[in-house]
Structures are given as C-alpha cells and as structure tokens.
Design a protein around this ligand. Structure first.
Ligand code: FAD
Length: 302
C-alpha cells in the first residue's frame, strides 16, 4: 500500500506529492489531467517570484518537479470511489483499487460556463473567469460581469477600481449578493447594473468587442460594446464522486481543518476542492504542502 496517495495533479496535488515524497514515504498520485486548471490558463502574472509564465509551461514544470522524486504517477486515471476500511481504498474508473494509509484529495474545481455563443471562442481573448488573475489586463477598458451573486458583485467592485466601466448582468430580478456588497456596488460611479436579463451572445471577431442580452420582461435585445467579459456564475468543486463519504459544504467543497484534515481520519484535502476561501495557484500549492505535512504527522502518530 501507499503511505500517501494523492488524487489530482494540479498545483495542490503536485505540491502534496512533492512534500510527501521528500519525507521518504511511499507516495502515489492519480491525475486525470496533469496540470489541472493551469492547463486552461494563458498568462500567469501572480505566481510570486515569477513575473510572467504561461499555463502549459507551469504545468510542465509541476510534472517535471514531481518526477524528480520517487512518486508513482498514474495519469489519465479518474477516481470514482473512496472508502475507509483498515486502509483507505480508492477505486479508479478502470476498476483498479488502490490502497493507502492516507489520502490527499486535490481534485480542484471548474468554473460554471454560461454556454452562450462566443464564450468558448473568446476564452482568453476577452472572456475571463478570475478577476484576481486577469483584472489588470483590462485596465482602462470596458468590461461586463455575468452574475449578481457574491462572487459576481465582489468581482464588479474589484474591477471597477481598475477598468473604465463595468456592466453587471443578473438573470434574476434581484441581485443575490449580500446587501453590504450591493450598497458598495451602487455607490460606484462607473458601474451599470442590468437585472432580469439573459446573456444572449458574446460578440467579437478575433477578440471580444461586445455583449448582447435579452431583457426578460420586454423581450428586447440590448448590445453593449466592451472588451472583456468576466463569467461569475459559480465555481463547482470536483467532489461529486465523494458523495456522503466525508463532510462537504452546501456548495460541495470538502471541509478541512488547519492541517488539511477532512472529517475522515487519514483523509486530507487541499486546493480548490476544499472550503478554502480563495482559489489561486499559490494558495493551492500552500494548502497542498499543509495537507502533506498533516498526513505525515498523522502517519507518525498512527
Ligand atoms: P486543479 O488545478 O483544478 O487540478 C485538479 C486536478 O485533479 C487535475 O489534475 C484534474 O484532472 C484532477 N481530477 C479531478 N477530478 C479527478 C478524479 N475524480 N480523479 C482523478 N483526478 C481528478 N490562479 C492564479 O493564481 N493565477 C492565475 O493567473 C489564474 N488564472 C486562471 C485562469 C483560468 C482560465 C482558470 C480556469 C483558473 C485560473 N486560476 C489562476 C486558478 C488556478 O488555476 C486554480 O486555483 C488552481 O489550478 C487550483 O489548483 P488545484 O490543484 O486545487 O486544482
């Protein structure tokens, strides 16, 4: 059996595997797609000490670094079941069953898409999902935020300080964000809010040049010219496969403590699949290190 089995090969999983392997214990990593969300990213400017890098390059660096150690790497494999017996069992979709004394879950998350024409086409060409990452690319420009929940309104407030103008589009008749956020939003001079509207299309030629939406009560279509669209309608953790095996939040995020431990002894979690409040590469790597050290601590006590 493994001492530490990591599920997920993004920044959190890679960091967990390296920290575990450096303790000289038997470490494995299962990754459906090594690199994770980093593979979907073009420019990265907030990975501290590296002024600029690109997703594919960082993902290759993660894998190269893991390969420096004696880690059993199982790529293109998807975990589908976890069960705590004497050891912890993880079943893969191909039917294989892996056994380990500890498991670190690092399966990440995915941004919910609006699924309108132009979204996929202009990804990284004006369509963005992370204001902390891509906000500065739109300095002095006009952008839209789709989504009037807490993350959408936080993004709009954040972006309003950087860009020229922010258009907020909310599908429901009212914003769902906390009232303090709404008050702050409405106090800003460069924000326009449209409620009860449905995004119809993100337009452009080689990059985004506007957004069209339908006013749901009148059926009228409006078009706003702008250069960026931030989609903020939810980040979904990849934790469905765990169902009731351990404690998750209402949103499906795995609940972890300060050591990265979950509600099941010996099972740890790190990165975007957890209830950590901010989802970033550097934060995922930090929590991966925490979970690996937490798992090591657990091993020497049990
Ligand atoms: P992920 O990167 O999501 O990795 C999850 C891993 O788990 C993958 O290997 C996946 O294949 C695997 N997996 C999932 N389910 C299973 C399963 N059942 N079995 C086996 N393997 C599984 N952050 C920044 O700090 N700076 C940026 O500039 C930045 N830009 C971004 C741009 C985009 C377009 C996106 C989508 C995100 C961006 N982020 C950025 C956020 C950052 O990518 C994430 O916070 C980070 O990748 C999270 O790391 P993670 O390891 O927790 O999860």
């Amino acid at each position: 059996p493994f001492d530490v089995l990591v599920i997920g090969g993004g920044p959190a999983g890679a960091s967990s595997a390296i920290y575990a392997a450096r303790k000289g214990i038997r470490t494995g990593i299962v990754a459906e797609r090594f690199g994770g969300q980093v593979m979907d990213t073009v420019g990265i400017e907030n990975f501290i000490s590296v002024k600029y890098t690109e997703g594919a390059k960082l993902a290759a660096g993660l894998e190269e670094h893991v390969k420096e150690y004696n880690v059993d790497i199982m790529k293109l494999q998807r975990a589908k079941r976890l069960e705590k017996k004497e050891l912890i069992e993880v079943e893969l979709e191909n039917g294989a069953i892996l056994r380990s004394k500890t498991v670190i879950l690092a399966t990440g998350a995915r941004w919910r898409n609006v699924n309108v024409p132009g979204e996929a086409e202009f990804k990284n060409k004006g369509v963005a999902y992370c204001p902390h990452c891509d906000g500065p690319l739109f300095a002095g420009k006009d952008v839209a935020v789709i989504g009037g929940g807490n993350s959408g309104i936080e993004a709009a407030i954040d972006l309003a300080g950087i860009v020229r103008h922010v258009t907020v589009l909310e599908f429901m008749p009212e914003l769902k964000a906390d009232s303090v956020l709404q008050e702050r939003l409405y106090s800003l001079p460069n924000v326009t809010v449209y409620k009860n509207v449905q995004t119809k299309e993100i337009t452009g030629t080689d990059k985004v040049d506007g957004i069209s939406f339908i006013e749901r009560d009148s059926g009228d279509v409006k078009h706003v010219e702008l250069q960026g669209v931030f989609v903020q309608i939810g980040l979904v953790p990849n934790t469905d496969w765990l169902s009731e095996t351990l404690e998750r939040t209402r949103m499906g995020e795995i609940v972890v403590d300060r050591q990265g431990a979950t509600s099941v002894p010996g099972v740890f979690a790190a990165g975007d699949c957890t209830n950590s409040p901010y989802k970033q590469i550097i934060i995922s790597m930090g929590s991966g290190a925490t979970a690996a050290l937490g798992a090591f601590d657990y091993l020497i006590r049990n």
